[in-house]
Design a protein around this ligand. Structure first.
Ligand code: ADP
Ligand code: MG
Length: 288
């Protein structure tokens, strides 16, 4: 039978937006010393809107950038893809077909459009493959930037803006008061990682991380003696969610993230991690 205090707190948890899938994660929540947050879709809404378009190679137009990028992104569910698709609709661009579309894990996506090999990729990828492009000059604080490459020519870039969730600042402030360290972990660029973590008053950030590096970062913190919780929404967060001492998925996120986590924030509100820790403490205090 379920002890009464646990049955009661489970009902209370539901009222506070918590779905407790794994009791051990709930029990462990009172021991958290470091809370790692994914950025896109976790501390931010995860809804990107195109804010700027820039042509780099004069043989392309802004219209071309959107047209070839949207053709490839049509088969992606990434929030960047959704933002670019919306832009192509509002510009009334008609999209050519794309073939052989594949993801470049943590770095972008590629496919064949109008006979050209097209890549939509991160600034980090451009820095590696096209070092002549000044990526730092092209990013403004708070922006996510993706480059459009066609047949090995850097055609230009698309800047997108996301919104920090209104509840994120409250969550970080409350965790600080509980002496819990907060770290931002994102596959996005360093400029946006820095600006989001700084605006929320977090203890640190790590940007441009690949999914396996998110997992490794959790392991590293654990080996330093930290009791680590991870909060994330994406497929790319799933290995880190499974590795963390407490895995917390955002309800609006991917099914893969929810399956890898012990707790789900059903209202997608990062402030509910604070309730989780408070409930964990109250529940297990009563049992002793
Ligand atoms: P996050 O931690 O922000 O969820 P991801 O691992 O999903 O990051 O993506 C990391 C980066 O890879 C993105 O910021 C972007 O530069 C690039 N990327 C991933 N998927 C796509 C896509 N469908 N189109 C363009 N760029 C992408
Ligand atoms: Mg995310």
């Amino acid at each position: 039978a379920i002890p009464l205090v646990i049955a009661r707190s489970t009902a209370l948890s539901a009222r506070h937006g918590l779905l407790i899938k794994n009791r051990t994660d709930f029990e462990n929540s009172r021991k958290i010393t470091t809370l790692v947050f994914d950025k896109t879709g976790t501390l931010t809404v995860g809804k990107f809107e195109v804010s700027r378009l820039r042509v780099i190679d004069g043989s392309f137009t802004e219209n071309d950038l959107v047209r070839i990028a949207a053709a490839v992104e049509g088969s992606s569910e990434h929030p960047i893809a959704t933002g670019i698709m919306e832009k192509s609709k509002s510009m009334g661009v008609s999209l050519p077909a794309a073939a052989e579309v594949t993801a470049i894990t943590g770095k972008g996506i590629k496919g064949k459009v109008e006979g050209k090999e097209v890549l939509i990729v991160s600034p980090a990828y451009i820095a590696e493959q096209f070092p002549q492009v000044d990526i730092n000059n092209n990013i403004q604080p708070g922006e996510t930037v993706v480059y459009v490459v066609a047949d090995q020519k850097v055609a230009g870039y698309i800047a997108l803006a996301d919104q920090v969730r209104p509840e994120s600042a409250g969550a970080i402030t409350a965790l600080k008061k509980m002496d819990i360290k907060t770290v931002l972990l994102t596959g996005d660029n360093k400029v946006v990682g820095e600006s989001v973590s700084r605006s929320l008053g977090m203890d640190g950030y790590i940007a441009e991380v690949l999914p396996h590096q998110k997992l490794e970062k959790i392991q590293q913190l654990q080996s330093q003696g930290e009791f680590v919780a991870m909060t994330g929404d994406g497929i790319n967060d799933a290995p880190a969610l499974a590795q963390a001492d407490v895995g917390i998925a955002i309800g609006s996120g991917s099914d893969v993230a929810a399956a890898s986590a012990g707790i789900v924030l059903v209202n997608s509100n990062p402030e509910d991690v604070v309730s989780l820790i408070q409930f964990g403490k109250a529940t297990y205090r009563k049992m002793i």
